[in-house]
Design a protein around this ligand. Structure first.
Ligand SMILES: C[S@@+](CC[C@H](N)C(=O)[O-])C[C@H]1O[C@@H](n2cnc3c(N)ncnc32)[C@H](O)[C@@H]1O
Length: 271
């Protein structure tokens, strides 16, 4: 049995990992994040039966490296999310945006969707608030870099804690209880079919051809540095319809970066 308690992550190893992570997914691991990175990478050392970080770095450079990158991203990314997180956004969507979207075709993108709660909240809102939603062509693209999170978003199965914040009416209307101990619920088919889940790294090129009415990019830019945020925001501009909306996390205002969006209210911007 390997004793990992004493495995230290040296400054140099931390720098190598940070540079790799920055190159792979834009996440900027500041000084001071060493303990967090060490704790998260420990999971990989255990899974691979490696005794220290030197061995892990060698493994990344070996034939197993390319496959390990996905697992590295899974442990480094922070995936916290919840249904109807930052409810001000959903209120704004309901009161201001949905009444304006009168066309038959509507496109939404939840960029960095994590395990899917954000995308399904949006789909539920569209079903609830657009009376003839069945006859409309409404689609939500849900993307993230973490394969583990995307697997969960595709299953659309959530436990007791995850559904805790949902209004009870939504739970009974849009979820199926599929297991008892522990209790699990799955998002119903009519909601799931509105959401297309796909892997997309925000740092790479994007395959989408069409444009969007609304883009959610919430609580991911906080992990990027300013130049990366700026580039990303301007790429969103290009993919939004005229008058389209961009939602960012409430802790991610765009005031410090240069962009062309109009500020509407905290964390809501318009092209
Ligand atoms: C904290 S979660 C936010 C989830 C959701 N948007 C919300 O606000 O509840 C951040 C997500 O960003 C994803 N992420 C980080 N870097 C990314 C990148 N370069 N491309 C795509 N997704 C990324 C992570 O995998 C993670 O699931």
């Amino acid at each position: 049995m390997i004793n990992l308690m004493s495995a230290e992550l040296s400054e140099k190893q931390f720098r190598i990992i940070s540079q790799l992570v920055y190159r792979l997914c834009g996440i900027y691991l500041r000084d001071g994040k060493q303990a967090l990175v060490r704790a998260r990478l420990m999971k990989r050392l255990r899974a691979l039966h490696l005794s220290d970080f030197e061995a892990y770095l060698k493994y990344i450079e070996s034939d197993g490296g390319p496959q390990e990158i996905g697992f590295l991203i899974d442990v480094i990314t922070t995936n916290k999310t919840s249904f109807f997180r930052e409810p001000e956004h959903f209120n704004y969507l309901e009161k201001k945006i949905l009444p304006e979207l009168t066309g038959r075709r509507q496109r939404f993108w939840t960029a960095a969707c994590s395990s899917g709660e954000e995308s399904f909240s949006l789909a539920i809102m569209l079903r609830e608030k657009i009376p003839d939603s069945d006859s409309k062509d409404m689609k939500i693209l849900a993307t993230d870099i973490s394969s583990k999170m995307l697997e969960k978003a595709r299953r659309a199965v959530y436990g007791e804690q995850e559904i805790a914040g949902l209004p009870p009416a939504f739970l009974s209307k849009y979820f199926l209880r599929i297991q008892d101990a522990p209790r699990l619920w799955q998002v119903k088919e009519n909601i799931r079919k509105m959401v297309r889940v796909a892997r997309l790294n925000l740092m790479e090129s994007w395959p989408m051809k069409g444009t969007f009415d609304v883009i959610f990019c919430r609580n991911v830019m906080i992990y990027f540095d300013k130049p990366t945020q700026e580039k990303l925001i301007n790429r969103f501009w290009d993919l939004l319809n005229p008058e389209g909306y961009l939602f960012v996390g409430h802790s991610e205002g765009l005031s410090a970066i240069s962009h062309k969006f109009r500020y509407i209210q905290p964390a809501v911007y318009r092209k």
